[in-house]
Design a protein around this ligand. Structure first.
Ligand code: ATP
Ligand code: MG
Length: 443
């Protein structure tokens, strides 16, 4: 029932009128069959890239070596890829070379899953030689051809399969799942960037419970061993009902669908396996786990080539995730000063998600506390109360004018004044603060 854009119809007509075949293919066909609106429309054609470029006015090369040209029509971009067969695979990742073919079925058979190997033509309908339509109806993810061979060729496909499962709520077909378990170790051949890209998609997917597949297939052991270990660590503590791994997944599901928040929840307790002690009553404790979690999280994020800004934000949230902010405005302002407004607001979300995922019996109390902290923050903002050096009524220049020498002392005095103002907001006036300085430093 979803309309195919007129530009797509036009591209296919142009190809056909010039003696070439043309179909939409891949994710957009899968989406059409599931009544979802595709994000982009990919096409496949018997025309060679040079021919595609001759047929359309505005084009640019996207992956010319792999046969992909992008056509621009009405300011919209469409990727057109020539039918191709992939050559010998090297190192379980990319084909050494690709060769073009005139046979649509050959192109479809190189694709990863049957649900992704369906072509559609506005007049001819669906071309589905591998039974993809049936699999979509069954909500089943099945490799095209022999799954062992397909994962051996390109190990990323295993991670893609789990990613699709968590986006679409599909089950991975038995033989395909077995083959992932057998070949899990090959994921080590895939670059950090491509692994992160798939993990990001899994973390933002609608069915994060499918993350468990990463653990069950042992893929997780090879890409995030630190997280994998958490599934074997029982907490045996009244505040918790699950092992660290399950708690982590519940926390992940409870937080907003924002990448930095999702990664924070995934990594917030990874120090626990190395910091477990059991007391005489059999209760487990994890003293010092926060510092360890920060340390391991940094290692992981460097390994996965996170951008610096996201990494630092996540590390800050992990470092503070277990902190108990006192329920008074002064303490709230001190935390705001230490970590900044953005991190403070995210911290409240992180602590709420963590609390939901611990023992539900304790959640109500924590939720009330976090709501109260947020109310205090709103009040501070509404009254414009100062909690940063920037908002202090006095700056370094003002101090220098009163005769204080430039240097370290200026910074110390400003910190002292800020502390004073955080405690007594009414003192944040230039004259008042300067006279305090003169008094204290007998100027
Ligand atoms: P998404 O909605 O995430 O874009 P998609 O199915 O369109 O999903 P893409 O990564 O855009 O996925 O790839 C487009 C198509 O190319 C896939 O549907 C599949 O047919 C094929 N494909 C992509 N990656 C692989 C791979 N590693 N091995 C085999 N075929 C692949
Ligand atoms: Mg796509």
């Amino acid at each position: 029932n979803i309309a195919i854009p007129e530009e797509v119809v036009e591209i296919i007509s142009t190809l056909n009128e010039n003696g070439y075949e043309g179909y939409i293919v891949g994710g957009c066909v899968r989406d059409l069959l599931m009544d979802r609106t595709p994000q982009d429309w990919d096409l496949t054609t018997s025309a060679k890239p040079e021919d595609v470029k001759k047929l359309f006015k505005k084009t640019y090369d996207t992956g010319i070596a792999h046969g992909t040209v992008t056509v621009i029509l009405n300011n919209k971009h469409f990727e057109i890829t020539t039918y191709r067969i992939e050559g010998i695979y090297e190192d379980h990742r990319r084909p050494k070379e690709v060769t073009f073919t005139n046979d649509l079925e050959e192109d479809l058979s190189r694709r990863d899953f049957t649900m992704n190997a369906i072509a559609y033509h506005p007049k001819e309908g669906f071309i589905d030689p591998t039974g993809g339509i049936e699999d979509i109806k069954r909500k089943s993810i099945r490799c095209v051809g022999n799954p062992h061979k397909r994962f051996e060729e390109d190990a990323l496909r295993m991670l893609r399969g789990i990613r699709f499962s968590s986006q679409l709520d599909f089950t991975i077909e038995e033989n395909t799942l077995e083959a992932i378990k057998t070949n899990a170790h090959l994921i080590a051949y895939i670059s950090a960037e491509r692994i992160k890209e798939e993990l990001d998609k899994i973390l933002l997917a609608s069915y994060t419970n499918k993350f468990m597949l990463l653990h069950e297939t042992r893929i997780l052991k090879f890409i995030l061993p630190e997280v994998d270990k958490c599934f074997t660590v029982e907490q045996n503590h009244p505040h918790h009902v699950d092992n660290v791994g399950i708690h982590t997944l519940k926390a992940l599901e409870a937080v907003d669908k924002i990448l930095t928040l999702r990664w924070t929840m995934l990594l917030h307790d990874i120090g626990k396996p190395e910091h477990k002690t059991t007391d005489e009553k059999g209760i487990n404790h994890f003293r010092g786990h926060v510092e360890k979690s920060v340390e391991l999280a940094e290692k992981i994020m460097l390994r996965l080539r996170f951008d610096k800004k996201s990494m630092n934000h996540i590390l800050k949230l992990i470092k503070w995730h277990d902190s108990r902010i006192k329920e008074d405005k002064q303490s709230v302002k001190e935390v705001l000063y230490h970590i900044g407004e953005e991190a403070f607001l995210d911290l409240l979300k992180v602590q709420a998600a963590d609390a939901i995922a611990q023992n539900p019996a304790y959640y109500q109390g924590k939720e009330d506390k976090l709501k109260n902290l947020y109310k205090m923050y709103e009040e501070i903002k509404a009254k414009n109360e100062c909690f940063t050096l920037k908002d202090l009524a006095v700056n370094g220049q003002d101090l220098i004018k009163t005769g204080i020498k430039e240097g370290k002392q200026i910074g110390e005095i400003l910190e002292y004044l800020l502390k004073l103002v955080i405690e007594n907001p009414e003192l944040n006036e230039k004259e008042t603060l300067l006279s305090r300085v003169k008094e204290k430093y007998s100027l």
